[in-house]
Design a protein around this ligand. Structure first.
Ligand code: SD4
Length: 330
């Protein structure tokens, strides 16, 4: 069982391993591959991080009763958006350095339709606004005030997303006001999710409050179609978590899907995308990026730069957390 505490401990171990040059077994062997259920299953839900199990449960309820991948993926990530204790998604998300909680989200349907909101404030469920951008406008992305106006016009309620706990943490951060993204800890916990329904159709979603104490107006990879998430229903889907700037520079999720289109397995594709990021970033040891992927056959993959990334897979009726293999073992 991978609890949050375990996970943070693993992250700490990972840093130790990095310093001492000792590799972590969870990282150097493909632990996940050995324990994962057999491939080619549907329906299926896969989400970034251990809290993804809760999202998977909500998605599973829809998928197993004949629901669509798109409805399942939206319902899944909404569970995490509504959790005030999760400090990196939806309500309770860490604010920017000026104290505004600004949310990024995108969604993609099996027919290639997609919608996104960037830097949306005051709305608990940016993923649902992104879906409405897809379904009710001729556009793909709405940002900031325009996205808020659209959401309010669609009947979403304006709410305060800065919880007391997040406000206190921000006040404490302001004392030194250092912006130092840390590997794996709460500042890096987006939910990216992919679902396959009983028809074999694939949908994806990604939602986050972005990097804690980011500059006002900063948008990460998560709401950018192809960066934080991408689905091609003929091939598969991918989603990213971690330092958005590194994912944006390589258009990571699109890259994973294109690699699968060209014959790589989801696991190989995630590994290659991480290798690209490592190659293009001299400072790769200072940040985390992780990918999850699924292909049309229901095979899954996950890989990250650093130790400590895990993901939740609901397949064959079992909802479990797996450690992802990773690039850095020293
Ligand atoms: C971002 N990718 O805004 C997001 C943050 C994240 O896990 O994924 N954290 O850069």
């Amino acid at each position: 069982m991978f609890t949050r505490r375990n996970f943070l401990n693993r992250a700490a171990l990972g840093s130790l391993a990095a310093v001492s040059g000792v590799g972590l077994s969870a990282c150097s062997d493909a632990h996940a591959k050995e324990e994962k259920p057999a491939d080619a299953v549907k329906p299926l839900a896969i989400s970034t991080w251990d809290f993804g199990t809760k999202a998977n449960e909500a998605a599973w309820a829809i998928l197993t009763t004949g629901g669509k991948a798109l409805d399942a993926v939206e319902a899944g990530v909404m569970v995490i958006e509504a959790d005030p204790l999760n400090t990196s998604v939806g309500i309770g998300g860490a604010p920017d350095r000026d104290g505004h909680v600004t949310l990024d989200a995108c969604i993609m349907a099996p027919d290639g339709g997609c919608g996104s909101v960037c830097a949306l404030e005051h709305i608990v469920h940016p993923i649902s606004v992104a879906r409405m951008v897809m379904e009710k406008t001729p556009h793909v992305i709405l940002v900031g005030e325009g996205a808020l106006e659209f959401a309010l016009a669609q009947g979403f309620k304006k709410e305060n997303l800065l919880t007391e706990a997040s406000r206190k943490a921000w006040e404490a951060w302001k004392i030194n006001a250092k912006y130092e993204p840390k590997i794996n800890v709460e500042v890096h916990d987006t939910i990216g999710m992919l679902t396959i329904d009983q028809n074999g159709d694939i949908a994806g979603a990604c939602t986050t409050s972005g990097l804690a104490y980011k500059m006002r107006g900063r948008v990460g990879d998560s709401p950018i179609i192809g960066a934080g998430m991408f689905v091609d229903n003929e091939v598969g889907g991918a989603a990213a978590t971690g330092l958005g700037e590194a994912v944006l520079r390589t258009l990571g999720s699109f890259l994973v899907v294109e690699l699968m289109r060209n014959g790589k397995s989801p696991q190989e594709a995630c590994e290659e995308a991480v290798a690209r990021i490592v190659k293009k970033h001299k400072n790769y040891k200072d940040f985390q990026v992780g990918f999850i992927a699924v292909n049309k056959q229901g095979q899954t993959g996950a890989f990250s730069v650093q130790p400590g990334f895990n993901y939740a897979l609901f397949a064959n009726g079992e909802n479990k957390v797996y450690d992802a293999a990773c690039s850095m073992t020293k």
